[in-house]
Design a binder for this molecule. Structure first.
Ligand SMILES: [Zn+2]
Length: 177
């Protein structure tokens, strides 16, 4: 896919039901600076490339299908440095007006609650990304000396004295008064 296809900045406010009636596809990007909640969860965030097709299906459900792509950097749980990560999200949702209608959806369709004709596309993209981002990340290679974080597996031989020490201390505390 060429970058050119995603050079259009998508609007924040869209009318998803209307887009579905017209069977339109939105292709473009959502600017990273508008996605503050995602920015809080990652170290860096690229613009989010979106390909979203809107349609009405045989059961008159208004569907949005497609995918999102973003480049993020997450914090490595071992060395605390940045780990680059390409985040892709598969989107398959149905527009619903309220929670009750959301419950009627089949398992393969997630609800997108839109109570008015206008909806916030950026918020939607943000929610989808947050749902899909890995909770923890680390470099695949050994980014720090394994000795530094493996402890307790093979305890060092302790001298008899050291081993008894904690109990002696406890004894001393108990016998204090
Ligand atoms: Zn690391």
């Amino acid at each position: 896919m060429s970058e050119g296809a995603f050079s259009t900045r998508l609007p924040r406010k869209i009318e998803p039901a209307k887009l579905a009636q017209q069977s339109l596809t939105l292709e473009g990007y959502v600017p990273a600076e508008a996605l503050l909640r995602v920015q809080e969860a990652v170290l860096t965030l690229s613009n989010v490339r979106c390909h979203l097709s809107f349609r009405v299906d045989e059961q008159y459900r208004r569907l949005v299908e497609g995918h999102l792509h973003a480049e993020v950097e997450l914090r490595c749980q071992r060395c605390l440095e940045a780990v680059p990560h390409a985040q892709a999200c598969e989107v398959k949702v149905a527009l619903v007006r309220d929670e009750d209608r959301a419950k009627d959806l089949p398992a393969w369709l997630d609800p997108w609650l839109v109570s008015e004709s206008e909806a916030d596309l950026y918020e939607f993209v943000e929610d989808e990304l947050l749902l899909n981002l890995p909770q923890i990340a680390w470099h695949e290679e050994d980014c720090i000396d394994p000795e530094l974080y493996s402890h307790g597996d093979e305890p060092e031989e302790k001298s008899e004295e050291e081993r008894e020490n904690p109990f002696k201390k406890l004894e001393q505390l108990l016998n204090k008064d």
